[in-house]
Ligand binder design. Structure first.
Ligand code: CA
Length: 220
């Protein structure tokens, strides 16, 4: 799951990003409305956290711009406490939910997950079944037959990318893009560390290596 935060209060943006990454999301951050509209328009995000008062272009206009372009990515708007946010206007421009500052981090995460869940249930089922493996993308729990398998947030995120395309080859760049951030400039082979951990926990034959191409999750 990949999120975009558009927020010009840099300290807030950085701490939100840090917290959401700890939950296993890949997070990109921009501080300007126009840049936010541009990045969001590229369409690779699962959810956007959007401040209202922004340099470049305000959040209402960013939101309206995305909707006018047919982009239905879930949008959670952030607003200051002084009634800056006009709920009618916000929902009118197509925001899915809003949160008043200052908010607790726990509440933000709950709202983000609720929006992603809502999206999940409107589209494909959030529970993926691959052979005896069950991956619940809403609760982020994994079972092998009836036994729960404990995964770290990043392990889950890597598995999720493979599970949504079970049986197909998923390349390292695609996994990196969805699980790490665009700012990640380390070694793409970091993925191998997570693949090894997943094989250890899920069974060695679960994830095949397709030399030079990527990985494939198979039913066992
Ligand atoms: Ca602001």
């Amino acid at each position: 799951m990949r999120l975009l935060i558009v927020e010009d209060e840099k300290r807030l943006a950085v701490s939100l990003a840090k917290g959401l990454r700890a939950e296993g999301f890949a997070v990109d951050v921009v501080h300007d409305g126009l840049e936010g509209l541009h990045l969001a328009g590229e369409g690779t995000y699962d959810l956007i956290v959007l401040d209202i008062m922004l340099p470049g272009m305000n959040g209402y206009r960013v939101c309206a711009g995305l909707r006018a372009a047919g982009n239905d990515v879930p949008i959670l708007m952030l607003t200051a406490k002084d009634g800056e946010y006009d709920e009618a206007e916000g929902l009118d421009t197509g925001a899915d939910d809003y949160l008043t500052k200052p908010f607790s981090y726990v509440v933000l995460v709950a709202r983000v997950k609720a929006l992603l869940r809502r999206r999940g249930s409107a589209g494909a089922s959030p529970v993926l079944r691959i052979g005896t493996l069950t991956v619940d993308t809403a609760t982020r729990r994994v079972h092998r037959a009836d036994t729960e398998v404990a995964l770290t947030a990043k392990e889950f995120a890597v598995l999720e990318q493979l599970a949504v395309r079970a049986g197909q080859i998923v390349g390292k760049p695609e996994i990196l893009e969805h699980v790490w951030d665009f700012a990640y400039d380390g070694d793409p082979n970091i993925i191998e560390v997570y693949i090894s951990a997943l094989r250890r926990k899920l069974g060695a034959t679960t994830i095949q290596t397709v030399r030079g191409a990527g990985y494939r999750l198979v039913a066992v």
